[in-house]
Every structure is written in C-alpha cells, then in structure tokens.
Design a protein around this ligand. Structure first.
Ligand SMILES: NC(=O)c1ccc[n+]([C@@H]2O[C@H](COP(=O)([O-])OP(=O)(O)OC[C@H]3O[C@@H](n4cnc5c(N)ncnc54)[C@H](OP(=O)(O)O)[C@@H]3O)[C@@H](O)[C@H]2O)c1
Length: 253
C-alpha cells in the first residue's frame, strides 16, 4: 500500500477499462483511498476477476462498451442509481490495432480505432458532465498517449485519435470551467501492460526502447496512476485543459 494520498475518500469515481492494465491499477489505488469505484469493460469475466482481485472495497463493475451510446447510458444510470452522483471520470479505455500507412487503412478499421478511443471518450465525458454540471463540481481525466504527438509507424490512426482526445480535453476544459469542472489528460509513453507486451516482451526491443528513456526504464502502470490521481484530486484544482506527459523524459531528448 502506498503512503501517498490524494484526498479521494468517499468520492464516486468511474474508471473506464478498469478490468486490467492501467485502469485496474487505478482502481486498486482508489480502493486504498476509500473511494467509491465503478469500473467498466466489455467482458464480464475480466470484470469479475478484477473485482475479486481488488478484494474488499466499494467497487461496482458494469459491462459496457464505451463507444455504444446505449451501453454508456446504462453505465451512468447504474452509477447514479447506486451512488446518486459522480465526482470523477477517468477515461482510460484505449485500443490500437496495428495499421499500415494511414492511406492504406480500411475505413472499417479506422472507424473502430476512432470509435473506441475518441468517440468513447466523448460519450463518457458528455454523460458524466451532465451530472457534474448539476453538482457544480467534477473532474475528468483522460488517458492519451505520446503517440498523439508524433507520427509513429503503424500507429497513425491511434495517434490521430489520441491527438483529438487532447483537443477534446482542451475544449471540454474551456466549456465546463464555469461549472467548476476540471478536465485534464495524461500522455504516457510505453507502459508495461498486456496492450504493449508485443513490444516490451521482446528482450532486444525492450533494451532498444529503454536506451531512449533518460530515467532508464519503461513505465509500470503505477507510474501513470499517480499522475492520474493527482489530476483527479483537489491538489490540481487550478489546472485545466492540460495534458501531462508521463514518459521518463523520453520526449525531451
Ligand atoms: N500500455 C501502454 O504502453 C500505453 C501507452 C500509452 C497510452 N496507453 C493508454 O493507456 C490506456 C490503458 O491502456 P492499457 O495498456 O492499460 O490497456 P489494456 O491492458 O489493453 O486494458 C484495456 C482495458 O480497457 C477495456 N476496454 C477495451 N476496449 C473497451 C471498450 N470499447 N469499452 C470498454 N472497455 C474497453 C479492456 O477490457 P475489455 O477487453 O474486457 O473491454 C481493459 O479493461 C489506453 O487508453 C491506452 O491507449 C497505454
């Protein structure tokens, strides 16, 4: 258990994609903070395993695909029925399917990547903001990627979606500021989760990647969770519309 605290005790926090990876680690720290946590993912078995892993704590799991408006509506209805408010939304869901050049990408694949990353973030933020506006308080934190800041090979559509998510963060921040809602994002470089295992799981590639990181190692999920929780808590009340890069210094050299 970490001794760092973010003042989230009793807060209702929705973590999308909370069944594994960065989302699951975020939920774990929120349980330690004694927050009321709602996680979502598409697969019920992953959610069941996550709830068992998180152990005793105020955790609710709801199966929902974030890019499907009816399922997003059902997710937020479940949050409101159970808790009557929503203090923090963490838009953590993200996916990538390796594409070739963007101009060679099948439009169906383009839609799938844009839908899950960008439209899902829009739909969840929209629904959470409706409640937060009534409350005159709230925090939205979105997980972007450094892939949204440079044209990485085979990750073009994903990078375009992440860049748009950072712009969505700025637009929502400007639109929701007068309702006392802060909207921010984090942009990690590679994090050691299942999502990126094809890269860091290859020892030669792993060593090549680490050489480019001033802090000398790849990120673990917890390295991203702390910045997320900082942006979810009161310590960041005067920060909005920003994306915090979490990359061990990789993009400064
Ligand atoms: N890992 C990295 O190297 C890295 C680097 C930079 C940024 N990121 C970003 O960090 C975030 C988390 O990544 P991660 O590595 O923790 O991913 P992960 O290990 O693949 O976990 C993804 C989570 O999202 C859920 N999910 C996927 N599609 C969904 C959908 N359409 N609706 C609802 N839930 C969905 C998954 O559960 P189901 O499969 O059951 O739906 C799972 O819980 C993503 O936004 C990713 O882009 C990751």
């Amino acid at each position: 258990m970490s001794d760092i605290r973010y003042g989230l005790e009793g807060k209702v926090v929705v973590v999308t994609g909370g069944s594994r990876g960065i989302g699951l680690e975020t939920a774990r720290r929120l349980v330690e903070e004694r927050a009321k946590v709602v996680i979502c993912a598409r697969k019920q078995e992953g959610l069941d395993a996550a709830v068992a892993d998180l152990g005793a704590g105020n955790v609710t799991a709801v199966a929902a695909h974030v890019a499907k408006p009816d399922q997003v509506e059902a997710l937020f209805k479940a949050v409101m029925d159970r808790h009557g408010r929503i203090d923090v939304l963490i838009n953590n869901v993200g996916m990538n399917i390796m594409t070739g050049a963007v101009v060679d990408t099948d439009p169906g694949l383009w839609n799938k990547i844009i839908d899950t990353n960008l439209t899902g973030t829009f739909l969840c933020s929209r629904r959470a903001a409706q409640e937060m506006r009534r409350q005159k308080a709230g925090k939205i934190v979105t997980v972007s990627s450094v892939a949204g800041r440079r044209a990485a090979p085979a990750m073009g559509v994903y990078g375009i979606a992440k860049a748009a998510m950072e712009m969505l963060t700025k637009v929502l921040a400007a639109e929701l500021a007068s309702d006392n809602i802060q909207v921010n994002a984090v942009a990690p470089a590679m994090v050691k989760t299942d999502f990126s295992k094809p890269f860091w799981g290859n020892p030669a590639l792993h060593d090549e990647l680490v050489k480019k990181i001033p802090l000398g190692r790849l990120a673990e999920s917890i390295d991203v969770v702390h910045p997320i929780l900082f942006l979810a808590g009161r310590a960041s009340d005067y920060i909005t519309g920003q994306t915090l890069v979490v990359d061990g210094g990789a993009t400064v050299v």
